[in-house]
Each structure stands twice: as structure tokens, then as C-alpha cells.
Design a protein around this ligand. Structure first.
Ligand code: CDT
Length: 312
């Protein structure tokens, strides 16, 4: 039999600024139920799945800005999702903007097990974008303004008979994210994202937005012999057009299931965890072939004067 499970990427279409948390949670519950019908035991929702992706706008009013963050997880509005998941025996990954009791702001996701217990929290480490407004840009990318860099490292946890790791959106473009998870034994990486289909400051890359999304996750999967579940918030959200392409990728780097729409959609696939074991034994055998003694530069810190320069 081997170690097998069905997992799902639960893609969301756009969320309007005016949509309430309760209304969004109803959509999440519907996606969860559709995933369960497909046999899924693990469901991955997008990054910041409870609201419109507010870093796309310059928000001056502090009260308005803070209205996008959750001060508790689950909050009363999100509790129906936790309850339904427990009834169905489904675990899930949910992204949201987090405000801590001491007023720190993070782009966060959690893994909730089939008992409704929060068993892993991750705070996004690679924050794209800028701290300041770009008046001429068609949309903003203000994650560096609205969030702190995650302070929990790249976490993994045992989940059932495997090890599961979390990353968020821009993390998926960095090889180090996957490797940090894989070196801790993660066999599945769950990654939610909000990605515009145009690239600020680099229009020549616009036509490649879908390709770069898939390329990053397929490379991460293959180079680390792990399953990757990538889930988008897609479609035109308050005027910002975002890619879809939510998918499940095998340790061979193959896309085994992929969303076809830019709306609410479930894609599910059977995940063979022993494939990780085979690929880590016969292809990317870390213990036999890695050369950490040559990797010193990978962990050198960046001087502060270079940290503010452009790019998303
Ligand atoms: N949310 C997030 O991290 N979005 C970024 C946009 C960068 S545009 C190339 C992403 O990496 O998808």
C-alpha cells in the first residue's frame, strides 16, 4: 500500500474589500466540503485568504489598515471552518494577516489538524515589494511596509505519518525556502499565493507570470524531492488581476493536478509519500551529495545599505 493520501489545493477567486470575514468563511467551507468529497485529508487555502490582498493598496488610515489583520485564530468569524474541518476529519492550511497582542504584524499561515488544533504556524520570511508608495504604478506592493519579516524560521511539523512544511507566496521563488524545509524532513510543502499577472517594474516578465509561478514550484519540488501544493487567490480583485494555476506537484517535478479557472476551484490528487523516499535515496540524496562546506555565502548576511533597493 505505502504511504498515500489525497490532498487538495483550494483556490479562491477574488475577494472584494467589502466582503465580510463571514462571507469569505462560507466560501472556504464550501471549498473544504468539495475537497472532502474528492477524498482530501489535507486542504491548502491561499495566502491572506480572509480578505482582499491589501498590500496592493496604499492605505493611510491606521484603523482601516488594521482592519485587515486577525488578532486571534480562529476568530469567531472563522470558527465555522475549524468546526466543519473537524467534522469532516480534514486538516487544512490557511493564510491570513496576523496582528499579535504586542502589535506586531505578520503575513502568516497555520496548519490545523483534523481535531481542529493549530499545530504549526509560519510567518512569511521573503517579503516582496516596497515600504513606500509608487504613484505611477498600476497597483502597489507594500508587504515590506505592512508586515515584519517572519520570526519563526521555516517550520515543519509531524502530521500523520509524514512531515509537513509551510511557506508563503514570494518564498516559493527562493530555493532556500524549499531546502530549509527539506533539510528538516518535510515531505510536503504547502504554499499559498497572491500573484499579480503583471510584474511591477519589469513589463517584459508579464507574459511569463504563469510560467515563473510553475517553474519555481516545480524546481523546488524536484530539487528537494518533495510534494508541493501551491494555491492561488486568482482573478481580478479590486482591479488587480492575479494569476491562478493552483497545482499539486510531485517530487519528480511533474504537475499532477492544476486549476483551470480563475475562480473558486478545488484541485485534488493522490500523493505518494514513498516517492519522496525513493527520490531522496536515488536522486537528491542530501547526505551523500550536498557540500555545505562550499555553501558559506548562502548564509552570509546582507548589509543594511543594500537591503532597501528595488525589485519585487
Ligand atoms: N504575495 C506575494 O508575495 N506576491 C509576490 C509578487 C511578486 S511579483 C513578481 C509573488 O512572489 O508572487
Amino acid at each position: 500500500m505505502g504511504r498515500r493520501l489525497v490532498a487538495a489545493a483550494a483556490q479562491l477567486g477574488p475577494i472584494a474589500v467589502a466582503d465580510s470575514r463571514e462571507a469569505v468563511t462560507r466560501r472556504l467551507v464550501q471549498l473544504l466540503e468539495r475537497s472532502a468529497v474528492a477524498g482530501a485529508e489535507l486542504v491548502v487555502f491561499p495566502e491572506a485568504a480572509l480578505t482582499a490582498f491589501f498590500p496592493h493598496w496604499w492605505i493611510e488610515d491606521p484603523a482601516e489598515l488594521l482592519s485587515y489583520y486577525e488578532t486571534a485564530m480562529p476568530s469567531p468569524a472563522v470558527r465555522p471552518l475549524f468546526r466543519r474541518a473537524k467534522q469532516l476529519g480534514v486538516s487544512f492550511v490557511l493564510g491570513y494577516a496576523e496582528r499579535t497582542p504586542d502589535d506586531r504584524l505578520f503575513n502568516t499561515c497555520v496548519l490545523v489538524d483534523d481535531e481542529g488544533e493549530l499545530i504549526l504556524k509560519y510567518r512569511k520570511i521573503h517579503l516582496p515589494g516596497f515600504r513606500d508608495v509608487r504613484p505611477a504604478a498600476p497597483y502597489q506592493n507594500l508587504e515590506k511596509r505592512y508586515f515584519e519579516v517572519g520570526d519563526l524560521g521555516f517550520g515543519v511539523t509531524r502530521w500523520r505519518d509524514t512531515v509537513l512544511g509551510l511557506a508563503i507566496c514570494n518564498d516559493r521563488r527562493w530555493a532556500e525556502s524549499y531546502r530549509a524545509l527539506a533539510l528538516q524532513g518535510a515531505e510536503i510543502a504547502c504554499i499559498g499565493y497572491n500573484t499579480p499577472d503583471t510584474v511591477l517594474q519589469l513589463p517584459e516578465a508579464d507574459r511569463l507570470a504563469d510560467l515563473h509561478n510553475e517553474l519555481s514550484m516545480r524546481a523546488g519540488a524536484y530539487q528537494n524531492a518533495m510534494w508541493v501544493i501551491g494555491t492561488a487567490k486568482a482573478g481580478v480583485e479590486e482591479g488587480v488581476s492575479q494569476i491562478g494555476g493552483s497545482c499539486i506537484i510531485s517530487p519528480a517535478g511533474e504537475v499532477v493536478a492544476q486549476a483551470q479557472t480563475l475562480g473558486d476551484e478545488v484541485v485534488a490528487a493522490e500523493i505518494d509519500l514513498d516517492m519522496v523516499v525513493r527520490y531522496r535515496r536515488d536522486v537528491v540524496n542530501f547526505d551523500h551529495h550536498r557540500r555545505p562546506e562550499a555553501y558559506g555565502r548562502l548564509v552570509e548576511t546582507i548589509p543594511p545599505e543594500r537591503q532597501q533597493q528595488g525589485g519585487t
